[in-house]
Write a protein that binds this ligand. Structure first.
Ligand SMILES: [Zn+2]
Length: 268
C-alpha cells in the first residue's frame, strides 16, 4: 500500500513538473522572457528627437522608433543625424512624404486642402508612402520597417488603404490607446498611447499595468521638452526611460520593428 502511494505521488510530481516546464518555456518565448514589451515611438521628425531623445536613450542603451515625414524640416535638414541614429540601431519608420490628414473629420480645420487625405486617391497615398520608403532606405539601407498612420487616419476618400500597405511593412501603428496581449495585437493598426502632458509617474504606471498583464505597450510621443503642442517634459520622459532601464530584466524595450516581428512569429 505504501509503495503504491509512493508511485502515485511520484507520478503527481512528474505531471506537475512537466506542466511547470511547459509554462516556463511558453513564458520564456513571450517578450524574450520578460513580463512586458515596451515600444517608444516618436512622430514627425522633430529636432528634439535627435537632440534630446536619442542621447537620453543611448545613455541607457535603449532603442526607439522614429516616424519621419520626409518633407518636414526636421527630416530634410538633419539627414546625417538621422543616418547616425539608424547606425546606432534606432528604427526610422515611415510617416509618409507630406503628412496628409483627413480634413473631413472633426477638429481638422487646420488641414490645408492640398494636404487633405480625404481628397487623395488610394493610388496617390501609396505612391507617397512607397517613395518615403525609398527616402528612408537612402538613410539606413534597410528594406524592412514599420509605418505610422498620419493623424491615425487609415483611409483616403476612396476608402481604407490598410490592406494595400500590408506587404510594404512589418506593422503599422495607429493611435488608439490600449494594452494588448500578444494574440490580440492587430499588426495592421497597432494601438499606442498618445502622450501629452503626463507626469513621469503616470507614464511608469502604464508600463506597470503592461507588466501585470504581460502586454505590449506602445508610447506615441511628439514633443519631448518642446517643439510641438503635444508635448512631454524632459523630466517625465527621463523618469520613464530610467524606469525601463532599471527594470530591463522584466521589461523588453525595443523598436516597433523588432516587437512586431516577435508578434508575427507568435501569431503564426
Ligand atoms: Zn504625425
Amino acid at each position: 500500500m505504501k509503495s503504491i502511494f509512493k508511485i502515485l505521488s511520484l507520478g503527481l510530481i512528474c505531471v506537475s513538473y512537466h506542466s511547470f516546464a511547459q509554462q516556463a518555456s511558453t513564458s520564456n518565448e513571450l517578450w524574450q522572457g520578460r513580463q512586458a514589451a515596451v515600444v517608444l515611438t516618436y512622430d514627425d521628425a522633430l529636432n528634439v528627437h535627435l537632440d534630446n531623445v536619442v542621447p537620453a536613450l543611448e545613455a541607457h542603451g535603449l532603442k526607439g522608433t522614429f516616424y519621419l515625414s520626409a518633407f518636414f524640416d526636421g527630416s530634410k535638414n538633419r539627414i546625417n543625424d538621422w543616418r547616425k541614429a539608424a547606425e546606432l540601431g534606432h528604427e526610422l519608420g515611415n510617416h509618409t512624404l507630406y503628412h496628409p490628414c483627413d480634413a473631413s473629420l472633426p477638429g481638422r480645420s487646420w488641414v490645408s486642402p492640398d494636404n487633405d487625405l480625404h481628397n487623395y486617391t488610394t493610388a496617390q497615398i501609396l505612391k507617397e508612402i512607397r517613395m518615403t520608403n525609398v527616402f528612408l532606405e537612402t538613410l539606413d539601407g534597410k528594406k524592412e520597417r514599420t509605418f505610422a498612420y498620419t493623424c491615425g487616419d487609415t483611409a483616403t476618400g476612396e476608402g481604407s488603404f490598410m490592406e494595400d500597405i500590408k506587404g510594404d511593412f512589418v506593422a503599422s501603428r495607429g493611435v488608439r490607446g490600449a494594452l494588448n496581449l500578444i494574440g490580440n495585437i492587430n499588426l495592421l493598426n497597432v494601438d499606442s498611447y498618445g502622450i501629452n502632458g503626463e507626469s513621469g509617474a503616470e507614464l511608469i504606471q502604464l508600463v506597470k499595468e503592461a507588466q501585470e498583464k504581460n502586454a505590449l505597450i506602445t508610447f506615441l510621443f511628439h514633443g519631448v521638452g518642446g517643439e510641438h503642442n503635444l508635448n512631454v517634459s524632459l523630466e517625465a520622459h527621463q523618469m520613464l526611460i530610467d524606469y525601463l532601464a532599471e527594470n530591463e530584466e522584466t521589461i523588453w524595450t525595443t523598436t516597433m520593428l523588432e516587437a512586431a516581428k516577435h508578434v508575427k512569429e507568435h501569431q503564426n
